[in-house]
Design a protein around this ligand. Structure first.
Ligand code: SAM
Length: 288
């Protein structure tokens, strides 16, 4: 997964032991290793500017809208009254960009472990991080999200979005029972948790998906999974978790309220909202 020119310049990521994605790049814009991870930024013809952590694709200009719209708007259309938001991870800024589009949102705390992710995304990825400087409803905290939720007050947020890396290394804590229990405690009565829920396709991600679902299902009365199509993540078939104390993403979905806001989106719409919760049989089997 190192930067290796192969008859032209290319970046590649192993999706499983026998499958690799390769992207031709124009140039590597930046490379550094922070105390937490290796950060690299590239420019490419097809995917525009993109950014990787420890060699794994995080964000690129071509499909980031899918991920960031789906992690944000499903919860906002289920509870249009959401005002206080906590984002864990999400240092590229894409999730806070989408959530800050709602005038009704009063405050967003964004807790990112690695300040370098935010600072370099501000420099190289203005399409996801450009608003961070200007948006005074967003407070940045450079800390471990697990510690942050441990110390947060009861019922202090209406929405928690866990926009995390895979459950390895320091990202692992964001997939534990203790973390989800604290999320439950600090959510309001009609609060919602949305989390990066891995993928149902390759073995490594299936393991993470099952574990996340089992733990959420033990703690929250409502725990569901919804899917989205992410071409540059392994297999392209990815999931978010939706958990809440009482709101159901289908029964309590307010399409009219959301549509009256006239937010322009490229992936999310009210039909996708419903359809995303209809899961293929092999995914349902794995979640049992
Ligand atoms: N869209 C991305 C994906 O799934 O590939 C995730 C985006 S975002 C860059 C993930 C962020 O989570 C990283 O910047 C990482 O530093 C942050 N992160 C990982 N573990 C964390 C923790 N325990 N507390 C706070 N942030 C964390």
């Amino acid at each position: 997964m190192d930067y290796q020119p192969t008859g032209g310049v290319s970046w590649s990521q192993d999706w499983d032991p026998t499958t690799t994605i390769t992207i031709k790049v124009k140039e590597q814009l930046h490379c550094e290793t922070s105390p937490y991870q290796k950060l690299e930024f590239f420019d490419s013809e097809t995917y525009g500017r993109f950014f990787t952590l420890d060699g794994l694709m995080m964000v690129n200009e071509k499909d980031e809208f899918v991920y960031h719209e789906m992690i944000s708007h499903v919860a906002m259309a289920t509870n249009p009254g959401i005002k206080r938001i906590l984002i864990i991870g999400g240092g590229d800024g894409g999730t806070s960009r989408e959530l800050a589009r709602y005038g009704s949102v009063e405050h967003i705390d964004m807790v990112e472990l690695d300040e370098r992710v935010v600072r370099l995304c501000q420099q190289y990825l203005p399409y996801t991080a450009g608003h961070l400087e200007k948006e005074d409803r967003i407070d940045l905290h450079f800390r471990d999200g697990c510690k942050f939720v441990e110390e947060a007050d009861d019922e202090s947020y209406d929405l928690i979005v866990v926009d995390s890396t895979d459950p390895i290394g320091f990202g692992e804590g964001l997939f534990t029972k203790a973390f989800y229990e604290n999320c439950y405690r600090i959510l309001s009565d009609d609060g919602i948790l949305v989390n990066q829920h891995e993928s149902p396709y390759y073995a490594f991600h299936v393991h993470g998906m099952k574990r996340a679902y089992q733990r959420l299902d033990e703690i929250f009365p409502i725990a569901k999974v919804y899917q989205y199509h992410m071409p540059t993540y392994p297999s392209g078939h990815w999931l978010f978790g939706f958990a809440s104390k009482k709101l159901d993403p289908i029964d309590d979905h307010y399409p009219e309220v959301w549509e009256s806001l006239h937010l322009k989106t490229r992936y999310y719409n009210s039909n996708i909202h419903k359809g995303a919760f209809a899961l293929p049989n092999f995914v349902l089997e794995n979640l049992k």
